[in-house]
Design a protein around this ligand. Structure first.
Ligand code: GTP
Ligand code: MG
Length: 356
């Protein structure tokens, strides 16, 4: 009889030519697969070294295999890992041999899904696996691993159990409304709820930081035509990604480039110069620019130092409260020295106030 749970397999390491390729098999037939491929038995959690045989009994590779019997495995099922060479040809042939044994290719994330369904990890931890795989910086990896080890889940479970215990007092107040005792007052329910609310706000803030660490910050470069936006993009990316000319309205399409600062991805977006235009193509460019400016986390507002003041009215009203960095460009033309100033307040008709 075919077992109800299908045995699945997949390449667990990266695709492409590499020194080592790891194929993972999980499910009730995992040990059968290893017997066919290795022509040998595996001892639980011992490293086996030997030949890998393909369906026509030829040796396709030589490598290492490990058997993790369920439930003490990643998925909670019987798992066998074959660690051979990473050449695409070897991997293809080994996978074909495994699939011919009535094993199917795993869906994306299916090993973690099985781990979740078998109680090996909760949903927060399953998400952390994905975050760890996608982590671009050391910080995002550390943050994901904290979730993976259950630190985050523990916090959430604590909040949940405190909420449940507070609910009891609310229910008691309703059920025994004739009683003299004020359950809510006597157990400081309101104070405790306030503390929980603050903890949740804290968690949300940390989660937002985690998203930024993982996905990076979106920085839109905005300004009037010819202010030097594309020049700034090229300087930041150290490439001539954008066309730079002295003709106002050079950039019309959106141009996105990613740079890394201390391992954190920063997506820089060059946009069309903002002004009133009768030109249909420019109008479309400006519409797209508004879109990107609205979606950005930070706006770099570039202006020509020869302008008497920064014109904040060129930005859409919707980004009034978004963080902005004003970039005073072309200082060579007015003989200014480069400097960084923190501005505490900006009003839409400008006049910058510096922090003292
Ligand atoms: N002197 C001087 N010229 C600059 C500086 N930055 C940019 N330029 C020049 O200003 C002109 C416009 O630069 P761009 O980077 O194309 O300006 P932009 O804001 O992208 O312009 P649009 O795409 O048309 O909106 C080019 O001729 C640049 O070489 C600067 O710091 N000093
Ligand atoms: Mg440009």
């Amino acid at each position: 009889m075919t077992p109800k749970v299908h045995t699945i397999c997949a390449l667990a390491s990266a695709l492409g030519q590499s020194g080592i390729g790891i194929i993972r098999v999980s499910g009730p037939l995992a040990l059968n697969v290893s017997k066919k491929i290795l022509k040998n038995d595996l001892k639980p959690r011992y490293v086996y070294y030997g030949a890998f045989y393909c369906s026509d009994n030829n040796i396709i590779d030589k490598g290492v295999a490990i058997f993790f019997p369920g439930p003490n495995s990643y998925t909670g099922e019987d798992v066998v890992e074959f660690q051979g060479h990473g050449g695409p040809g070897v991997i293809k042939k080994t996978l074909e041999t495994i699939i011919a044994l009535d094993i199917r290719l795993a869906e994306p994330g299916e090993f973690s899904k099985r781990a979740f369904l078998n109680g090996k990890m909760d949903l927060v931890q399953a998400e952390a696996v994905q975050d760890l795989i996608q982590s671009n910086s050391e910080e995002s990896a550390l943050s994901a691993v904290r979730s993976l080890t259950g630190e985050f889940s523990e916090k959430i479970n604590q909040i949940l159990s405190e909420l449940i215990s507070l609910r009891v007092f609310v229910e008691a107040t309703i059920d025994f409304s004739d009683e003299e005792i004020d359950f809510l007052e006597s157990h400081e329910v309101s104070n405790k709820l306030q503390i929980l609310k603050e903890t949740l706000t804290d968690i949300l803030r940390t989660a937002n930081q985690g998203t930024i660490l993982r996905d990076g910050i979106h920085v839109a470069i905005a300004g009037k035509p010819n202010a030097g936006k594309s020049s700034l993009l090229n300087t930041l990316t150290k490439q001539s990604s954008a066309i730079v000319t002295d003709i106002a309205g050079t950039t019309r399409d959106i141009l996105k480039e990613t740079i890394y600062v201390d391992g954190m991805p920063i997506h820089i977006i060059d946009t069309a110069g903002l002004h009133n235009s009768d030109n249909v193509i420019e109008q479309e460019g400006i519409r797209r620019a508004h879109n990107e400016i609205n979606n950005a986390d930070i706006i770099l507002l570039v202006f020509d130092s020869r302008d008497s003041d920064v014109d904040l009215t060129i930005l859409p009203d919707s980004v009034k409260n978004k963080p902005k960095i004003l970039v005073r460009n072309k200082i060579d033309l007015v003989d200014h020295k480069p400097s960084v100033k923190k501005i505490v307040q900006l009003n839409r008709n400008s006049n910058l106030r510096k922090k003292r």
